[in-house]
Design a protein around this ligand. Structure first.
Ligand SMILES: [Zn+2]
Length: 326
């Protein structure tokens, strides 16, 4: 993969690379973005470019690139949480390694993945090194949660912010990776434009099967007497309630989009969305309420049935929150 091909961010990356080559950059980059936005991929591409010996970086074929890709480049150190957090010992070990002379090139590369998982003492240890590196070091910090980092660390890093690239571009990227166009459109929609998330869903057959069960359950709702039968298949998904509610939330957002005349994320399911007469905002409220109930130890079957009764309840003003066109 070439930097310019990094979907949606080629320009940003090339600009960054130029400023590094011109020496106009601080020696720490912080890659920030939501889960699946590609920040780790981008940081790795960039790190690879820094060790690559070819004029067209990163070439992917020179010995340095090959070592990097195999995870065996001697000047590249990667720290990631092996347990719940990254402790001060791990950061001290990194700092010790950085005080040795680089083997191959003129600088060390230090990557810290899920940097927000550093404990406070780990962050303080790192801070000293960021202020006063033992030698030539380029730091790459990667995080979903920059707010968990000390302000003093943030202020020493140049931030590279990645967002989701949008559903259309995400679908194109997936097609570029050989996903068949209609499936690419569906995956991109389900992942709301996050390539990483779309690839996760694509590789997770169970998720797609669960989604089908969730939609079938919602489609089986037809008045209060249908609640028990509609809910039963989902009640048996032990431990899967978080995933089920996430799928319902996506569906609710799409229903709201369709019902307000906007384009849904799951555009390839347009007919099914059209057929669905659940009020999107009522479903979204139901999801929020069910999560609250689960947090306060209401059982999953009860939370789900409460939601379904709410959705099928025609209410005092006689306005039906749900009905299905058959
Ligand atoms: Zn190379």
């Amino acid at each position: 993969m070439k930097i310019s091909e990094f979907a949606g961010y080629g320009d940003k990356m090339e600009q960054l690379m130029r400023s590094v080559q011109a020496g106009r950059i601080v020696h720490a980059l912080l890659f920030v973005g939501p889960h699946g936005s590609g920040k780790r991929t981008m940081a790795r591409l960039f790190a690879q470019a820094m060790v690559c010996a070819s004029p067209h970086k990163p070439c992917g074929v020179c010995p340095a690139c090959k070592q990097f890709l195999a995870g065996s480049h001697p000047d590249v150190k990667v720290v990631r949480p092996e347990k719940k957090s990254i402790g001060v010992e791990e950061i001290r070990a990194l700092i010790d390694a950085l005080s040795l002379r680089p083997y191959e090139g003129d600088k060390h590369i230090a990557m810290i993945e899920q940097a927000d998982k550093m404990t406070a003492s780990a962050q303080n240890a790192l801070l000293k090194t960021l202020e006063n590196p033992p030698g030539e070091v380029m730091f790459f910090l990667i995080t979903d949660v920059p707010g968990a980092l000390l302000d003093t660390i943030l202020s020493r890093c140049q931030t590279v912010r990645l967002g989701d690239i949008g559903v259309e571009l995400c679908a194109k990227v997936l097609e570029g990776r050989g996903v068949e166009p209609q499936r690419a459109a569906l995956l991109a929609g389900l992942a709301q434009g996050s390539v990483g998330r779309a690839l996760e869903i694509d590789g997770d057959g169970e998720w797609m099967a669960l989604r089908e069960r969730v939609l079938a359950s919602l489609e089986a709702l037809n008045g209060p007497s249908s609640v028990a039968a509609a809910a039963t298949p989902l009640e048996e998904d032990k431990g899967g309630e978080g995933g089920i509610l996430d799928i319902m939330e996506l569906w609710a957002r799409d229903l709201m989009a369709v019902q307000s005349g906007a384009a849904p994320y799951e555009a390839s399911d347009a007919q099914r969305l059209d057929r669905c007469k659940i009020d999107g905002s009522a479903l979204l409220r139901g999801v929020v309420l069910a999560r609250q109930q689960l947090d306060s130890n209401v059982s999953w079957p009860n939370a789900l049935e409460n939601m379904y009764f709410q959705l099928t309840d025609s209410g005092k003003n006689g306005r039906t929150k749900l009905s299905w066109q058959r």
